[in-house]
Design a protein around this ligand. Sequence first.
Ligand code: F0G
Length: 480
Amino acid sequence: MDKIFERIQPEPFRIKTVTPIKMLTSEERKAIIQAVHYNVFKIKSEDIFIDLITDSGTTAMSDNQWSAMMKGDESYASASSWFKLEASLKDIFGYNYVLPAHQGRGAENILFTTMIKKGQTVPNNMHFSPDRVTASGGIMANLIIEEGKDLQNEHPFKGNINIEKLLALIEKVGADHIPFIMITVTCNNAGGQPVSMENIRAVRAVADKYKLPVILDAARIAENAQFIKMREAGYGNKSIKEIIRETCSYSDGCVASSKKDGMVNIGGFVGINDEKLYEIMQSYCLMWEGYLTYGGMAGRDLEALAVGYQEGIDEHYLQYRIGQSQYLAQKLQEENVPIALPAGGHGVWIDSKKFCPHIPPEEYPGIAITTALYIEGGIRGCELGNLAFSKRNEETGEILQLPEVDLVRLALPRRVYTSRHLDYIAAVAGEVYRNNQKLEGFKVKKYATIKYRTLFLGQMEPVEKALSNSPESKIKQVAD
Ligand code: F0G
């Protein structure tokens, strides 16, 4: 029985409430995507058949979470719901102090403002947002191992930090100019790839040597723990909670978007061991997020999250969860769709360059793919490549430097889609790929003025064919 369960990995839940989704014709979808200038963020969700734009805040909640929400205590201060959440967070993460935030970026704002001084460098495997560290005056350093940048390398922990590079960086800038070392588990921008316990321990050793704190970006720490359980020697028989506790024990604090492994639609928190830092953070929490016992969440959100984190560390659920992206990856491979391997924890990433070798990088092959997936099958993916991450002239919007990899993410919301949906996604992507020669490049019609916001706010249009005569880029890629 157990073997069959492990092989098939059936959804470990029954469906009680559903949202009907409607199927438009591809002609209708063509008109819709044209009307929103090929920016998939602007497509009304009711016009989407399968929404893979993010796994953040898109979770289906359980009946236990919904019933807990009825008990939401909406008192402004010291609501009973907060104490349930606080106990749940301390139970799983083990930090001395926790502060609520409305979502991950709120938590980051509190911690970064408290800990980063202007001009300091913050090392990480890969920072998720190019915005927030820099907004706090910091300089980002992405130190992921080389294997993590190679889309075909099957290294089991492609999210690991390169310890030599970390040491070299500290020697170069000086420990005084580093507020903390950060580790993002799993590493979202490297395709949801995990970080091994061995690597986390090695980072801790470096931190101890230079007396630096370690801060986790813990948005997907449960998925990371499941990878450790599956792939790292000595962890097969440990519980997810034990693995998370051990992970956190090598850190001094964390920022977390609870919209991922917290199994809720909104929420986040800061965890911290140091009392003094906690005191400073309290003021910032009050100033930006709200009183210390709600931090931008309603009482019912606190209840949903207290239950959600406990569900998010359930082993059967996590096995199914990681199994889902592996299943989608396998189906996409059967359709010959070029993807990053191995599959990440929260989805599958399409290799845009290989998918559209005939489209030059500065004509955004990823936008050609997201457009075609929508028109062909009503699927919304997310370009996380040349449009999202190129360095641009902020006035003209002209690309100065392309990112190292050009990807389209198919992120899987938690407990939302069944394996039949995944079969459908793979079949649509396969059909689009078989006809990839029909895909054409895009140019940005209207730039959003600040940084990478063109992904969210910009407008695109197809390139006139005559302009698109060479698949080679004239723009150099980002060196590391
Ligand atoms: N850290 C990581 C690793 C994330 O993936 C995200 C959000 C955040 C921090 C910020 O959290 O959105 O709650 O403020 N990732 C989403 C995504 C948006 O689609 O990957 P937030």
